[in-house]
Design a protein around this ligand. Structure first.
Ligand code: P6P
Length: 349
């Protein structure tokens, strides 16, 4: 009789977090926070998965008068629902001193009836939601900071910490499968939702981004609005092996940051949303606190890099909850190349 091979024991998210707590890398409050966010993402996954059958597609607000968020963007019904799911799930746990969301003008206090904790949670409840109505992957992005000592009810200013201060970051992508990708500063790991059991199971430990790539993600329709170094960088990508880069590149653009970054974490690439004339006055299109910073923490933990084009993303000092930044993120050598185009351009000015 052949020796039975040991059945690979599946590592659930709960088991992973307990082992990290046992190793002293997280405390029980942070473990609870991550579990609560993951549970909320499962609820969002169910709502997103119902699609047209759930009566939650289309824009929020009344016919002809869409509700708008602080960003000036029309809110989808699922934006509002996802935001409410995350607020409700995190209100009573006693692990937070405040929450901030892309969908809310200012930070959200923990109701007085509930205990408070030492963490701050920031999230984009449903990133890429303009893709919802056409059935393309969307996602939830979240970031966790420590609340400043002595603060029990956080104000906006308490959230304004550089990305290096994050203790946890993650996203859940609602695609063909629902996947939670997480870092607590000890690597970046992927968990896939087992819908039959209802739990996230680790499917990739220590995601690693190849340092080099042949794939870039950018919205080319903005090309004429870019600054010169970005135009020069992409022109050289497009010139392929006949050009200065000496190799051909491929392009992908989902217009859902979670989907584009997940592809990059899985097989490499560079994602960029640079300054362009349309958003230069705002500092960029993507938001620092709940898009760029959590994605940068995840990517750096996977061996990649993230920059504004002129500064390491995680070292940007926030000036507001909804601060926008230019973004270059992905394969380390490619991000460094894009930064070099900007540095050389600036040196000539
Ligand atoms: P554009 C989605 O609205 C988002 O914030 C990111 O998820 C995505 O990468 C970007 O904007 C898409 O922007 O200008 O191509 O629609």
């Amino acid at each position: 009789m052949s020796a039975t091979s040991p059945v690979p024991s599946s590592i659930s998210l709960t088991r992973y977090l307990i082992e990290e707590q046992r190793a002293g890398r997280i405390n029980p409050d942070l473990r609870l926070l991550i579990e609560v966010v993951a549970r909320a993402c499962k609820t969002i996954s169910i709502a997103v998965g119902k699609g047209a059958l759930g009566g939650v597609l289309g824009e929020a607000g009344t016919p002809g008068e869409a509700s708008m968020n602080i960003q000036g963007e029309a809110q989808k019904k699922l934006d509002v629902l996802s935001n409410e799911i995350l607020l409700e799930a995190n209100a009573w746990g006693g692990h937070l001193a405040g929450l901030a969301s892309e969908e809310m003008d200012t930070s959200h206090p923990i109701p007085d009836v509930y205990p408070r904790g030492n963490y701050l949670l920031l999230f984009d409840p449903l990133d890429g939601s303009s893709n919802i109505d056409v059935n393309i992957s969307v996602g939830t992005i979240f970031s966790v900071l420590r609340c400043p000592d002595g603060v029990t009810q956080a104000a906006d200013k308490d959230f304004l910490q550089a990305g290096t201060e994050q203790v946890c970051a993650g996203y859940t992508t609602y695609g063909p499968s629902t996947m939670l990708v997480l870092t607590i500063g000890n690597g970046t790991h992927a968990f896939t939702l087992d819908r039959e059991v209802g739990s996230f199971v680790m499917t990739t430990r220590n995601m690693t981004i190849p340092e080099e790539t042949k794939e870039f993600a950018v919205n080319m329709s903005n090309q004429r609005h870019w600054q010169p170094p970005m135009q020069a960088y992409v022109a050289d990508l497009l010139s392929g092996k006949e050009g200065p880069r000496g190799k051909d590149f491929n392009m992908r653009w989902v217009a859902s940051m979670v989907a584009d970054v997940h592809r990059i974490l899985t097989r490499g690439g560079i994602f960029s949303y640079p300054l362009d004339a349309k958003c230069a006055d705002k500092g960029g299109k993507l938001r620092l606190m709940y898009e760029a910073n959590p994605m940068s923490f995840l990517v750096e933990q996977a061996g990649g890099a993230a920059s504004t084009g002129r500064q390491r993303m995680l070292e940007v000092q926030p000036t507001g909850l909804h601060m926008r930044v230019p973004v270059f993120i992905g394969s380390k050598q490619e991000v460094e190349t894009a930064v070099r185009y900007h540095r050389e351009h600036d040196a000539e000015q």
